[in-house]
Design a protein around this ligand. Structure first.
Ligand code: FAD
Length: 397
């Protein structure tokens, strides 16, 4: 019964905060956010853009308190059969419905590449949390013109290379692929970025990192082709993976309403959620999309308890962008791995992504107005004008 419905939201980052905002509008339910005790939720997008360089302080990156009662504790495990959440403090909470919005964790370096001495030196880090950002900032502050190795050139690695170069660092951007960032940007745009990187920073593309060791007070990195570099700091940027507590300990597969496929009354949103379309899975780990998923999960849940209309299937349409050297990447919807890319225009470069006759994504380089102009057409049959004028990309992966 709605009057007694107890809803728990785990995590109050982007997706969790949006879910809480939606639920808080309904007095008929009791919504409670569970927030990690150690650190208040923060805007993760600021970590590489502003916190590492000291442009904003840690407290300025924090998100506003959630608009609902909250419990400061971590979730150790969920028992979906008993509908209980087990907290790190030992407490247990019962729920009628649960939204998991615990985000993602950085992919680690393959084991055995970094020596224990390198890992313990404080000079090897991901760039995912405020602690990571402060680790980077400390090295920048105490080293003149630091040499920074960034391993991985997807969104975070590529963007951070430009930011730290502009901050006076000497950058080596390395990746195992000869054209890095294909998963994030698609082949055509990744090729343009590879050229931009080569014109802006030292690059080592096409050879995996094999050794990362501490030599004296600095790092020594060796690649599969035998080349080596020294560095004051190594940032690993190998993407993220969904991060849910037990029993998932990884991704939560959701249906079109963001309901868990395996467990009753469980919903998931944001970086932790893996979705399915026509037998293929997809996941989007971007700020605006996580918020949209949080809102959608809350609306699906409210509809299930009789407090709103069915919001329908979730379709990603939120814009996201990255400033990489002199280029501005702009995209919305499914740009990878779903959808066949077509070149809509070469100057500026605009790609449409089509699935079963439907426009599911759009992306472009230095083409914000063109990309934004196509957003209203997302998830509708591809407009005739596009299919008539545009040509399939010869770069289709
Ligand atoms: C350096 C960096 C830069 C980025 N820049 C951009 C950008 O420019 N544009 C863009 O669109 N996206 C960007 N992103 C991605 C974006 O930040 C994420 O997609 C977004 O934060 C995902 O939101 P979320 O709510 O799913 O997860 P999060 O924002 O990570 O929130 C998850 C919350 O759950 C909490 N939590 C986790 N486990 C537990 C537990 N067991 N118990 C209790 N609480 C728990 C966490 O502490 C956290 O507060 C960036 C990411 C990084 C790392």
């Amino acid at each position: 019964m709605p009057g007694s419905t107890r809803i728990l939201v785990i995590g109050a980052g982007t997706a969790g905060s949006a879910a809480i905002r939606e639920l808080a509008q309904h007095e008929e339910i009791t919504a409670t956010a569970i927030i990690n005790a150690e650190v208040s939720p923060y805007n993760r997008t600021l970590i590489n853009k502003a916190v590492i360089t000291g442009l904003v302080d840690v407290h300025q990156a924090h998100l506003p308190d959630p608009s609902a009662p909250s419990i400061r504790d971590g979730v150790r495990a969920v028992n979906p059969l008993e509908q209980t959440v087990h907290l790190r403090s030992g407490a247990r909470l019962d729920y009628d419905a649960l939204i998991v919005a615990t985000g993602s964790a950085p992919r680690p370096l393959p084991p055995s590449i970094a020596s224990p001495a390198a890992l313990n030196s404080g000079r090897v880090t991901h760039l995912h949390s405020l602690d990571d950002a402060l680790r980077v900032r400390a090295i920048l502050e105490r080293t003149h013109s630091p040499q920074v190795l960034i391993y991985g050139a997807g969104f975070i690695g590529a963007e951070t290379a430009g930011i730290l170069r502009d901050a006076g660092c000497r950058i080596t951007l390395a990746a195992s692929s000869p054209i890095p960032g294909i998963t994030a940007f698609g082949v055509q745009i990744a090729e343009q970025f590879a050229q931009a990187h080569q014109g802006s920073v030292d690059t080592r593309f096409g050879h995996p990192l094999t050794v990362l060791d501490l030599l004296g007070s600095g790092l020594h990195a060796v690649f599969a082709d035998g080349h080596d570099v020294s560095a004051d700091l190594a940032i690993t940027a190998l993407g993220t993976r969904p991060d849910a507590p037990a029993p998932w300990n990884g991704p939560i597969l959701v249906d079109s309403r963001l309901r868990s496929g395996d467990h009753e009354n469980v919903y998931a949103a944001g970086g932790v959620a893996v979705h399915e379309l026509d037998g293929r899975t997809w996941r989007i780990d971007h700020w605006g999309d996580a918020a949209a998923q949080g809102t959608h999960a809350a609306r699906s849940l409210l509809s299930a308890v009789g407090l709103g209309d069915d919001p329908g299937p979730y379709h990603p349409r939120t814009l996201y962008s990255a400033q990489i050297h002199q280029h501005h990447y702009f995209a919305a919807g499914h740009t990878s791995p779903l959808g066949i890319p077509r070149t809509a225009s070469t100057d500026p470069l605009v790609l449409t992504h089509e699935h079963a006759g439907v426009l599911v994504g759009v992306s472009g380089l230095d083409a914000a107005p063109d990309v934004m102009g196509l957003v209203p057409h997302l998830h509708t049959p591809t407009p005739k004008t596009l299919t008539a004028e545009f040509h399939p990309s010869t770069y289709t992966p």
